[in-house]
Design a binder for this molecule. Structure first.
Ligand code: PEP
Ligand code: MG
Length: 599
């Protein structure tokens, strides 16, 4: 038995067999085969094609069911490419004549096809290159999986833990299947998009587990503890037993949290609002189950990922937002405009040559550079808001007032255009995300011209501390208790209070017990959490007095380092957190020796 340590990012403990995926994109296996192996290499290629066809068919059905027929047609294009004669013939020719293994032969064929497509003048045909790349990635993944293990991703027969260098948000579609119970990656941090994905899928995950793809063998039994960030390889019977008992205890605890409904009010009567962060429409079910009061952040880039490489048109935007707003039955739904770019979101519309994408053309910067894409989204949003008054529009990565005014002018322009076409568009609340330190420092000016503010601590932390949120090597510096960050948060909340506009927080900090208590003490009233964390956060906030939280946090803010602040907060809140969650969940956030909560 050995233990690999990583970063705890999700809710849950899972047991399964390892499926190590280390060669999808890089390290393509390239070798010559013996003439006698030509037929078996053909068979590998045919099997991969058959499986890709099944996968695409399944995705097509899923897309048609969840997103409508227009999305499903993307997969028709993929099926046509897969069955295209030149792809098959040329690949098989290279296997037979050049004696290349299937992966290499396929990659060479695709390279030639892509070059041919890139040279075509017609932009529609050129765009089809994106579809070819997509199909190619799928085939290579299937071939890699098959050579790793004689089994495909849709034919998993036992509970499986995916072990990979990294995963992308776009991997969500295939990860979302019952046999995949957890994932472990080498890259990624607590607030990375892969962590967000794990929570959206409601599966256990440990990220930043350096060297895990080397340490774990194919088929090893693994226990993935998403609470504590540990992966136990080949556990003993006793260890397995004890973790399974712990899991049962946590499941009971969670069921008890979910029963603990009713208004979210502190012990001294302060009313709080708990909403959820959503990436997939399916998560709305969880929001209803846990009794959240609406969506505080819908990450609309997931809609773009679902249609990639095509971009959603106005109707697709409109339909998706209407569906979300309808399913929320009148509760507020804050839809964030496109936040593509940065370290994790890929799309062919982005320039892959960006030298430093986290600081580059991301989110609103990209949208202002590509008004065609942004205006299409705004049209869909405003039309949906005309049908569903619970929609609010939020803009990511605003850095200052000039940029904010430019966005407001653009929204006003799209509104006028729609009204000139005969639509009646009511006023729609519009607010910036405060997630860049510059915006936090001029928040008073922004608040004056906004309907609401929403704080994105994942990015605010990344940019304040200059720590890439997905980079394991600097994860130790990613300190949510750094006084600089807490001071910025205090100023943002105060500015909104002064202008009497709502301020919410939708970063991961609101989903952490200690984080939520700290935010309460900073004066926050609206929290937007991972849907799976809503019940837990509610149970904690309902047992605390706002006055006591303010006192504790104000004492903590007088301390000069993140370590001292954290220790102070743990000493004060640890007892309460432990009383609600039990000792095992608090062991990595507190000393667990508090006799009674001070709150
Ligand atoms: C944030 O930055 O805190 C946030 C909520 O947005 P995202 O995680 O999608 O960047
Ligand atoms: Mg952000």
């Amino acid at each position: 038995m050995k233990t690999v340590r990583g970063i705890a990012v999700s809710h849950g403990i899972a047991v399964g067999r390892a499926l190590v995926i280390s060669r999808w994109e890089s390290d393509l296996p390239r070798y010559r085969i013996a003439p006698a192996d030509v037929r078996s290499e053909f068979r590998r290629f045919w099997r991969a094609r058959r499986q890709a066809r099944d996968e695409i068919g399944t995705l097509r059905e899923k897309a048609a069911r969840e997103l409508g027929d227009k999305y499903a047609s993307i997969f028709d294009a993929h099926l046509m490419i897969l069955d295209d004669r030149s792809l098959g013939r040329e690949t098989m020719g290279r296997i037979r004549d050049d004696l290349l293994n299937a992966e290499w032969a396929l990659a060479k064929t695709v390279k030639r096809l892509l070059a041919a497509f890139a040279g075509v003048d017609d932009p529609y045909i050129r765009e089809r290159g994106g579809d070819i790349s997509d199909v190619h990635t799928r085939l290579q993944r299937i071939l890699a999986l098959e050579s790793n293990r004689e089994e495909g991703i849709l034919e998993l027969e036992e509970d499986t833990v995916i072990v990979a260098p990294s995963l992308l948000p776009s991997d969500a579609l295939w990860l979302h299947q019952p046999r995949i119970v957890a994932f472990v990656t080498e890259q990624g941090g607590k607030t990375s998009h892969t962590a967000i994905l794990a929570n959206a899928l409601e599966i256990a995950a440990v990220l930043g587990a350096e060297g895990v793809t080397e340490m774990v063998e194919q088929g090893d039994e693994l226990i993935v503890d998403g609470f504590h960030g540990t992966v136990i390889v080949a556990p003993t019977a006793e260890e397995k037993d004890s973790r399974l008992r712990e899991r049962a205890r946590l499941e009971q605890l969670e069921a008890a949290f979910e029963m603990d409904r009713g208004p979210v009010r502190t012990t001294d009567g302060v009313e709080l609002v708990l909403r959820g962060n959503v990436e997939f429409l399916e998560e709305v079910k969880t929001l209803h189950r846990v009794g959240a009061s609406g969506v505080g952040l819908y990450r609309s880039e997931f809609l773009f990922l679902a249609t990639a490489p095509r971009l959603p048109d106005t109707d697709q935007h409109f339909e998706a937002y209407c569906r979300l707003a309808r399913e929320l039955e009148g509760q507020p739904v804050v839809i964030r405009t496109l936040d593509l770019g940065g370290e994790k979101y890929f799309n062919d519309v982005l320039d892959s040559g960006e030298p430093n994408p986290v600081m580059g053309l991301r989110a609103i910067r990209f949208c202002l550079k590509r008004p065609d894409i942004f205006r299409t989204q705004l049209r869909g949003l405003l039309l949906a808001a005309a049908e569903y008054p619970n929609i609010r529009i939020m803009i990511p990565m605003i850095s200052g007032l000039e940029e904010w005014r430019e966005v407001r002018a653009m929204v006003a322009g799209v509104r006028e255009e729609l009204e000139a076409e005969g639509h009646r568009i009511p006023p729609v609340p519009l607010g910036p995300m405060i997630e860049i330190p510059a915006a936090a420092l001029v928040v008073d000016a922004l608040a004056r011209e906004s309907d609401f503010l929403s704080i994105g601590t994942n990015d605010l932390q990344q940019y304040t501390l200059a720590v890439d949120r997905g980079n394991r090597s600097v994860a130790y510096l990613n300190d949510p208790w750094h006084p600089a960050l807490l001071r910025l948060l205090r100023e943002i909340i105060l500015a909104a209070r002064r202008r009497e506009i709502p301020v919410a927080l939708c970063g991961e900090m609101a989903s952490e017990p200690l984080g939520a208590l700290t935010l309460l003490g900073l004066g926050l009233r609206e929290f937007s959490c991972n849907p799976v964390m809503v019940s837990e956060v509610r149970s904690i906030l309902r047992r605390c007095s706002e006055k006591a939280a303010r006192r504790v946090v104000s004492e903590a803010m007088g301390l000069p380092t993140g370590k001292e602040i954290r220790e102070h907060l743990e000493a004060a809140f640890g007892g309460l957190v432990e009383a609600v969650l039990g000792p095992s969940l608090t062991e990595d956030v507190g000393d667990g020796h508090q006799d009674s909560p001070r709150c």
